[in-house]
Write a protein that binds this ligand. Sequence first.
Ligand SMILES: NC(=O)c1ccc[n+]([C@@H]2O[C@H](COP(=O)([O-])OP(=O)(O)OC[C@H]3O[C@@H](n4cnc5c(N)ncnc54)[C@H](O)[C@@H]3O)[C@@H](O)[C@H]2O)c1
Length: 327
Amino acid sequence: MKKILLTGAAGFIGYHLSDFLLNKGFEVYGLDDLNNNYDKRIKQWRISQLVGKKNFHFTKINIVSPLNLNEYFRKNFKSNKLDAIINLAARTGVRKSTLDPDSYYRSNVIGVLNLVKLANRYSIKSFVHASTSSVYGKSRKKNFKITDDTNRPLSNYAASKKASEVLLYAYHMLHKQNITILRLFTVYGPAGRPDMSPFIFIQSSINSDPINLFGTGKQQRDFTYVDDVIVGIYKSLKLKGYNVLNLGNNKPISINHLIVKISELSKNKIKINKKPPNPEDVPFTAANISRTKQLIGWAPKTGIDQGLQKTLKWHLKNKEWLSKIKI
Ligand SMILES: NC(=O)c1ccc[n+]([C@@H]2O[C@H](COP(=O)([O-])OP(=O)(O)OC[C@H]3O[C@@H](n4cnc5c(N)ncnc54)[C@H](O)[C@@H]3O)[C@@H](O)[C@H]2O)c1
């Protein structure tokens, strides 16, 4: 049976990926520090859905602490070889990274260094790391190719992710560590992040609460459904060498369009409070996925209507406890 260490297992994508890998017959070692970057109750809910499943082992641990991480590896993987590390643990969200840059650089750079050192020491073949479309900054290109400039980040979040990409490249060059960098584009779906627009807009429409709209709403995002992203992460496990891939829907829509779609689906009009634009927000994201198709045969399958419908269904099913989640 294949064994995977999955960091950020209580996170939005980590929760879905854990479930997917367990269903595929993997043994999943899930790590997360369960921090309060956003309302912890949703992380606890996700973990409660996983704990007790066969072959899922969860440990609360902070990847920034080398001592704890080393001890964890020694205890679990000395005579029990891991096939891969998938690193999804990160401080997420662009706006908060202006207020608290230290925690972003600690988790998203030092945390990655701690993990790749152990990958190297324990001869773990595959290291898959989540990066972000935010590394493309203010690009005005029709869509973003992996060879495009990523040296002009607009946020500490983007800068920390770019730093992690470069750090991992050096590790590949020095130690021949196989590294796959996946640049994810605005992921949404059930049990999503309460600091992201699809979650906020859906919850607000259900509760008839007004939403804050930063800027004109004309900014576009390449919203990508979580199940598609999970399949992309899974397929990338086989790659060797150093690879960078975009995982994005390749069909951006504006925030205004997202609001209209959610209003239509939920049959509730969404009230809007206009707010000034955020300097960390990029105007547009869209993935060029030709290299992803070529290397792992991946293309997204879920259109925005279908994805939002599934997401709304989950919010309605979990309405009671979700009403207490802070957004
Ligand atoms: N969701 C998106 O739209 C998106 C887009 C681009 C990139 N990504 C990347 O994908 C990954 C997963 O994102 P997500 O949306 O699931 O975010 P998330 O915030 O829901 O999940 C990240 C998880 O990592 C954990 N974590 C953070 N720092 C940690 C540390 N030092 N030690 C242990 N655990 C720690 C958090 O508690 C959280 O549960 C992240 O690396 C993120 O940067 C996500």
